[in-house]
Ligand binder design. Structure first.
Ligand code: SF4
Length: 349
């Protein structure tokens, strides 16, 4: 076990810390060390981005998914979901509304819906690109093959979010049905990078069966991948899933992990996620004070927001909503941060 002094030394050299040293930082019950970690992470984020928060307009294009991940409220096996998919016109209207509010990044997120694939999806991306040439288009639509990712990139998509969820193979398999292979997801991340996307990955904190040894491996994987974006939120159970009775992940471990992500990846775009804001009323601001620099308000049509419930009580109104940007700015004022309306690409290395 590391002493407090040696843990402080590790903080100085966290970029090259070994996996056991990362695990020791995650395991530490030293609250002073935890505070120091967050202070350092926020200072690095400020050095890179100033006290500014980029906004992304999140459009949830479909809650239909062919997969059956054991933790997810919109998994194919959940018959209690009211399913929807947006039309191309509805997506374009959401972009228009978002552009008027000031958003310069649109994030199209959804389940792996066979309808929103192939030429139909390429054509949607091309329309957004033509209508909003200066905006970034981020996709978060799950696993595809190289040629599909490439066609979407050529049509104008810039960024792709695909959380690896856990680097440990056994743990991955305990969260996903056998039809889903971790290697396919890792290959997808490599493909996206090779094609030229700004790639995002990430994990849930506190998912059933997860240990700090797993999380230390995740940190090491993220350090090696050097993604442009890192999405991290606590596991929050959804009652209609096989993992619905497990407890939620902790805010403290989520913040610690986020701070370590910032120390290991100074230039990454790291959102203070809706899940962390759902877990705790102060979660969003605490995540920003731990090195996050992005918020993704919901731009989806109001009548469908409640149906995109990945976990119980997911927040989608107030400062979580595109309409609530003034409220979000008021919250940011309390910690002396400003919204940045720029498109917010990851700084070049
Ligand atoms: S986590 Fe993603 S891939 Fe898995 S069931 Fe939910 S929407 Fe589908």
């Amino acid at each position: 076990m590391l002493t407090t002094k040696s843990k402080s030394d590790t903080l100085d050299q966290v970029a090259t810390a070994s996996i056991p040293e990362l695990k020791a930082l995650l395991d530490s019950s030293d609250t002073h060390l935890e505070h120091e970690l967050q202070v350092r992470a926020e200072a690095i984020a400020e050095q890179q981005f100033g006290r500014r928060i980029y906004l992304r307009g999140l459009i949830e294009i479909s809650n239909i998914c062919r997969n059956d991940c054991y933790y997810c409220g919109i998994r194919s096996g959940n018959e209690r979901v009211t399913r929807y998919r947006l039309t191309a016109d509805e997506v374009m209207s959401a972009c228009e509304r978002g552009y008027e509010i000031g958003f310069r990044t649109f994030v199209l997120q959804g389940g792996e819906d066979p309808y929103w694939r192939g030429e139909r999806l390429v054509s949607l991306v091309r329309n957004i690109r033509t209508s909003y040439p200066e905006c970034a288009i981020t996709l978060s639509l799950g696993e595809m093959e190289y040629a599909e990712y490439e066609a979407l990139f050529r049509a104008g998509a810039n960024r792709y979010l695909l959380r690896h969820e856990t680097y440990d193979k056994e743990h991955y398999q305990s969260l996903h049905p056998s039809a889903m292979a971790q290697e396919h997801r890792l290959q997808a991340l490599r493909d996206l990078k090779q094609i030229g996307y700004q790639v995002g990955t990430g994990v849930m904190i506190g998912s059933p069966g997860q240990t700090t040894a797993h999380l230390a491996q995740d940190l090491d994987f993220i350090r090696r991948l050097q993604p442009a974006m890192i999405g991290v939120g606590p596991f929050i159970p959804h009652e209609d899933t096989p993992l619905g009775t497990y407890p939620a992940g902790s805010l403290s471990m989520t913040l610690r992990f986020l701070a370590l992500c910032r120390l290991l990846n100074p230039r990454a775009l790291i959102p203070a996620t809706t899940a962390v804001a759902t877990l705790h009323p102060e979660g969003r601001l605490a995540a920003i004070r731990s090195g996050c620099n992005v918020v993704m308000p919901n731009l989806s049509p109001l009548n469908h927001r409640a149906d995109y419930a990945l976990y119980n009580n997911k927040a989608y109104s107030g400062s979580e909503a595109a309409e609530g940007v003034a409220l979000l700015q008021a919250q940011l004022d309390t910690i002396d941060y400003q919204i940045d309306w720029g498109r917010g690409d990851a700084p070049a290395s």
